[in-house]
Design a protein around this ligand. Sequence first.
Ligand code: MN
Length: 139
Amino acid sequence: MAGKWILVVEDNDKNMKLVRDVLGATGYRTLEATTGARALELAVEHEPDLVLMDVRLPDIDGVEALGQLRARTCTASIPVLALTAEAMRGDRERFLAAGFDGYLSKPVDIVELIAAVRQHCERVPRTAESEHRRGASVR
Ligand code: MN
């Protein structure tokens, strides 16, 4: 699974750093956005293998951002996991009903994070063409 691209959408610096460090140490490459709008731009431009989507963002919320990803052909099939501090009973079902592929609660459990990322990155093999496009614009 090494070398897959994960788009991390998170407006909290500490959470972003934790997720970035864990994914990087596990061999994943990360794209980072702190707003829903930027997340959409990066998703369209790079077609990441997976999106980790904070639900509470400064602009649009994560559910709306998910809807916008699903509405575009090029990003519709990218797996998206909700990342949220809300831990009320029933949240998991609510986020899955909204169309997320999975749910991770904050504070992030590192083992759970890696397991979920591995599981959801198994899916669509990248094409050489999309790999090239990413490589051209991401350092
Ligand atoms: Mn947030």
